[in-house]
Design a protein around this ligand. Structure first.
Ligand SMILES: *Cc1c(COP(=O)(O)O)cnc(C)c1O
Length: 375
């Protein structure tokens, strides 16, 4: 059996263990400590724009706290990009609120600003103005920030930017992860950098960050005994995990460069295959190319190719199945134009890790080439 080629696997720099050792040596084995502060300030320097970062246990917990900070609760509605991973939408339901799904446009595969405005107008006409909008930079490709923000501003609705897949991506030269009223990052095992599991909330003010950290550490009021006047959560990142994050920050830019070069490699390798197309970067959009995705001519081709790769022990995966098609979410309102359904049918994510070797990339390409020769 040939060795397994993964879609996207963890890629350590070698510096991580130094930070972890430091944590052990100083006995900071807790959900606070110098690595947590250090990782947060590394992220703040990277993102620029004077943002404040709270390191948390996951991107999902960061989304959950975002909605809590915005006062989302029972009976409220929150607009969410339909084409995404379920974690973008789950926290809406944690809060007892209703997700309203909005379809994608073709230029970036992300939330369509036109559908967004249609959805907002319709929800307002039904007497329930949405409390927040959650757009996603899918696979690292920035959404149409100016257009989405213009609609959000027009109706005065805050944006929670799901930047889980797009650390190291830029829109008009500015870092993804800084465009929302609140933004979130993820450091899950398959993301562009990983802390094994982890996430962060990015805020525009220190007050918001402090409030998030307060809620993430069981909402302890300032008193010598345990005193609580609010419901709290156990969402703070541990000092051990943050040590991995500090090590990962030292090689983030090289991971972005390698993922972009993987993508370039595939684009060049499949130039001659008419039935394979790629998502190009629109003017002003710089993608970290977290995952390299191809579009095939039909669902049949996509599935046959996926199975052919599986036979070669190569992992590939259809693009995210839209939330409006998920059994758990299909009962909620959605505003659709067919784009995300078509992308799900025809799209396939190829191995994209920053640790892929030339040999492995060649294996992926030759497997795909031989599929198209023999079919
Ligand atoms: C990974 C991911 C999340 C969730 O992040 P976790 O750290 O795994 O909780 C949220 N949204 C999107 C788009 C993601 O890809």
């Amino acid at each position: 059996m040939k060795s397994k080629i993964w879609l996207s696997s963890p890629h350590m720099s070698g510096n991580e263990l130094n930070y972890i050792k430091e944590a052990f040596d100083s006995n900071w084995v807790a959900p606070l400590g110098p690595n947590v502060n250090g990782f947060e300030s590394d992220l703040q320097s990277y993102l620029k724009e004077d943002r404040h970062v709270a390191a948390l246990v996951s991107g999902t917990s960061a989304l959950h706290l975002s909605l809590i900070l915005l006062g989302v609760g029972r009976g409220d509605e929150v607009i969410c990009q339909s084409k995404t991973f379920s974690a973008s939408a789950n926290p809406i339901v944690y809060q007892g609120a209703t997700p309203v799904f909005v379809d994608s446009e073709r230029d970036t595969w992300n939330m369509c600003p036109i559908q967004l405005e249609i959805a907002i107008k319709d929800r307002i006409s039904k007497g329930n103005k949405p409390k927040a909008i959650i757009p996603v930079h899918l696979y690292g490709m920035p959404y149409k920030v100016d257009e989405i923000n213009a609609v959000a501003l027009k109706y005065d609705i805050p944006v929670v930017e799901d930047s889980a897949e797009s650390l190291g991506s830029y829109y008009k030269g500015i870092n993804c992860g800084t465009f929302g009223d609140l933004s979130i990052l993820s450091f899950n095992g398959n993301k562009i950098i990983t802390t094994s599991g982890g996430g962060a909330l990015v805020t525009k003010t220190k007050e918001r960050k402090d409030k998030a950290v307060f809620l993430a550490t069981q909402a302890r009021d300032n008193a010598p005994h345990y005193l609580h006047s609010e419901i709290g959560y156990n969402y703070r990142m541990s000092n051990i995990v943050a040590g991995i994050g500090r090590g990962q920050m030292t090689i983030l830019d090289s991971h972005v460069a390698k993922r972009r070069s993987n993508h370039e490699f595939y684009v060049n390798a499949f130039k001659h295959i008419e039935n394979i197309t790629f998502l190009q970067e629109p003017e002003g959009h710089f993608s970290n190319r977290w995952l390299s995705c191809i579009l095939l001519d039909s669902e049949q081709t996509r599935e046959a190719l996926r199975l052919a790769l599986e036979k070669e022990n190569i992992e590939s995966r259809p693009l995210w199945k839209p939330m409006h098609q998920q059994p758990v979410f299909s009962k909620y309102p959605s505003y659709l134009n067919g784009v995300s359904d078509e992308l799900f049918e025809k799209g396939l994510c190829l191995p994209s890790g920053s640790n892929l070797t030339d040999n492995e990339l060649e294996r992926v390409v030759s497997s795909i080439n031989s599929y198209f020769v023999t079919c």
